[in-house]
Write a protein that binds this ligand. Structure first.
Ligand code: BGC
Length: 738
């Protein structure tokens, strides 16, 4: 079939069409009217064996390692795959871009720091997620990249995981929808998108060697469901397999994960690229479904060519690998509409980042209506800690965006980076004229408490710096910050705490302060967004995408597996760097199985500090009138804003399956975000994907809906669900809708 099309193309060229048409006729894959698969078939057919091999691996560590050669055409990002000029196939230039484009400063470029992905997910707003991806895609294009590396959708099974700020939720549906929309946003800018790290890369300690063990049913219903939803929504060009092992095999040579589930069950048409040095073999990996080794050619260079030449790997499999890669290039416009370098618009980026953050802030506590603050009355305000006089914190590792005015050549690995968006300055801007501000850096709780004494209120900014390559030993805020808050709260009855954390933390002082706001890593518009929320210029509307446990002992794994004070906060990465003995170990996720996050707390009857889906508003919402369509196809209910201010409410829908399902917990099945003026109400209808009301049968390798009674509950938090209704279904196989 491929040959016929090629022949017809050549014949058309010979019959004397115009020059554009002529080159398309000679190289018919350049014809944008053809579908991406046909174009991919045509170009693969025209390639030599060496050209095919060239496309299935990166060109080395390049700029990531001092002294390593940098290939010509390399744009300064984490990955580079040279194109084939004679076939008009462009280079692939890949940049890490989890929360904004990484390493811009190497080339004196600028990139917007967005709020953390976890923060964005707290908006529960798929439009905000799409905008997030648009910012990343737009700035990648402006900087000359045609593929993003980001889209982290690993579940937050381990709340102390150093990369939780790159991930979206402990719930697979929330994570999958939000990260899927993010990747769709990236690809809307004619940049190839990526979803990572497939799969169960749920902690950093030991990530290069650990074996994450989880039974198939739970795997499909939790961590893999998040990937399934995100990949189904976005159809990303790439999926990055992770460093760790999953049920025995490394993820990047795991036949079950790559071939059986991703490519067969989910019909993924894109390519699988390995995490950087996450490839461990040639034949095993290629046969299992890995399509591209990154960043080098150890396994997929000469050894792969040899395996094809001696017939160990069928050339058809190599063709499939290349097809998948170039298909993504055609499908996303990087061949027809290559990026055009231009100056990034930092103001547009900051406005977008601020808008997203304003939807993502979660108001956790507001006793005696201490918030919003009044801009009418002159006040004395003590602002303490968190470098609030300078800016806001960002997360580290390969998600690190370089700060404007930061270190020459870019940020150093392992060093916390603050962005110049000062909450103190923003507070000064919005407070009543003649208000007085006292700033204390919070390094000494006693001194800070003195600054708070006699002030009308004290706002304490606390931070938890997290990074790839390391987990936190505990849920506690680092350093003396718990003592700091306690001391300030003892000195001033009107204390408000603003958290800038990578993920959940415990708060032993929570009942001593009047206000608590979770700001995540707030991004370049963070100072302004936080302040506008504190002053009520925007209403609070975020809801927690992750449970905040009261203490480590309440978690399924009271300690991060493999992390001890001796390995420090660096786990495996540090061991490797220091040449220590590698330690293999198993992380037994069967302990909680399907009961990730809030489900664990419910099933074990444990009270979290703040539950999943929780978040306050400056107004109040009332729910009524639930009706459920036959079979639970959709739900309708009324949401009323019964308070004094306009506001957005995230209305959540949970399902409890029939007892026969063996799932003794309710789980999220859908949600909607409603904007309501004070006093207004609206009847909303939310369609429920039957997949989300289903269970996965490992025996049948299929989703099904057990027969029996289902209960749907609706409300504003997983722990506050005023509406409920049950319905009965006969057993039916489920069909997935995305
Ligand atoms: C990270 C990936 C990242 C890659 C390239 C790895 O250490 O796990 O998320 O994309 O490096 O920088």
């Amino acid at each position: 079939m491929t040959c016929t099309v090629l022949f017809l193309g050549l014949a058309a060229g010979a019959s004397g069409q115009g020059p554009g048409a002529k080159s398309q006729a000679v190289q018919p894959w350049l014809n944008a009217a053809l579908d991406p698969d046909t174009r991919a078939d045509l170009i693969v057919h025209a390639m030599t064996l060496d050209e095919k091999i060239q496309l299935v691996h990166g060109s080395g560590w390049g700029v990531l390692r001092d002294g390593d050669p940098v290939a010509p055409g390399h744009n300064g990002g984490a990955g580079f795959v040279p194109g084939i000029p004679r076939l008009h196939l462009p280079d692939l230039n890949l940049a890490d871009s989890a929360v904004g484009v990484r390493m811009a400063a190497r080339e004196s470029r600028y990139a917007t720091l967005l709020p953390s992905v976890l923060g964005m997910a707290a908006s529960w707003d798929p439009k905000a997620a799409h905008l997030y991806g648009e910012v990343i895609g737009r700035e990648l294009r402006d900087q000359g990249y045609n593929m993003s590396i980001g889209g982290g959708v690993d579940l937050i099974r381990e709340p102390r995981n150093g990369r939780n700020f790159e991930y979206a939720s402990e719930d697979p549906i929330l994570a999958g929808v939000m990260v899927g929309e993010l990747a769709r946003g990236v690809q809307s800018q004619q940049v190839m998108g990526d979803i990572k790290h497939y799969a169960l890369n749920d902690q950093e300690t030991g990530r290069n060697t650990l074996d994450a063990v989880l039974n198939r049913r739970a795997l499909r219903e939790t961590d893999l469901l998040a990937f399934q939803i995100a990949i189904g929504r976005a159809q990303p060009a790439g999926v990055m397999c992770s460093y760790n092992r999953v049920n025995g095999d490394f993820a990047c040579e795991n036949h079950y994960l790559l071939d059986e589930v991703l490519k067969k069950d989910w019909n993924f048409q894109g390519f699988v690229l390995s995490d950087w040095e996450g490839t461990h073999s040639t034949l095993k990996a290629a046969s299992a479904g890995l399509d591209m080794e990154q960043p080098g050619d150890t396994y997929f260079g000469a050894p792969l060519k040899q395996d094809v030449l001696n017939g160990k790997l069928p050339e058809a499999r190599l063709d499939d690998m290349v097809h998948r890669i170039v298909r993504g290039m055609f499908a996303n416009g990087v061949v027809d509409h290559p990026p055009v370098r231009r100056v990034v618009d930092p103001f547009r980026g900051r406005d977008d980042a601020q808008k997203i953050e304003e939807e993502s802030l979660v108001l956790l506590k507001n006793d005696a209506g201490i918030l919003p603050l009044s801009a009418e009355h002159r006040q004395t305000i003590a602002v303490i800690g968190g470098r609030a006089d300078f800016g806001v914190l960002s997360g580290g590792g390969s998600a690190q965006v370089d700060a404007p005015g930061g270190r020459p050549g870019g940020s150093a690995w392992g060093v916390p980076v603050y962005f110049p968006s000062s909450p103190l300055r923003a507070l000064q801007g919005l407070s009543a004229p003649d208000s007085t501000f006292r700033f204390d850096d919070g390094s000494d709780p006693t001194v800070a408490a003195r600054a708070a004494v006699g002030a009308d209120l004290a706002i304490v900014f606390v931070t938890q710096w997290m990074s790839e390559g390391q987990d936190s030993l505990t849920l506690s805020l680092p350093g003396q910050q718990d003592a700091l808050v306690a001391a300030v709260a003892a000195a001033n009855p009107n204390t408000i705490v603003v958290l800038e954390t990578g993920g959940p933390v415990d708060m032993p002082w929570s009942d001593k302060v009047k206000g608590i706001v979770e700001a995540w890593y707030p991004g370049i518009g963070g100072g302004e967004a936080i302040t506008r929320m504190l002053y009520g210029r925007v209403n609070a509307s975020g809801k927690l995408p992750v449970t905040f446990a009261a203490r480590d002992a309440d978690l399924p794994h009271p300690q991060v597996t493999g992390l001890t004070p001796k390995t420090g906060n660096n786990g495996m990465d540090a061991s490797i760097e220091h040449g220590e003995q590698a330690h293999d170990f198993t992380v037994d996720y069967n302990v909680e199985g399907m009961m990730v996050g809030y489900r664990w707390f419910q099933a074990k009857d444990k009270q979290p500090l703040f539950p999943f889906g929780y978040g306050l508003s400056y107004t109040r919402f009332a729910y009524s009138g639930l009706t459920v369509a036959p079979g639970g196809a959709s739900v309708s209910f009324d949401v009323a804003n019964t308070g004094q201010r306009d506001g957005d409410e995230v209305a959540e829908i949970y399902v409890t399956l029939p007892r026969a399902a063996g799932e003794p917990f309710r789980k999220l099945a859908g949600w909607t975000r409603v904007s309501l003026a004070a006093g207004a109400h609206q009847t909303v209808t939310v369609a429920l994907d039957p997949l989300y009301l289903s269970i996965f049968s490992a025996e049948k390798n299929a989703w099904e809906r057990p027969a029996g009674e289902y209960t749907l509950e609706v409300g504003g938090s997983s722990a506050s669900l005023p509406l409920h209704q049950s319905f009965t279904v006969a057993a039916t196989p489920a069909t997935s809708v995305h």
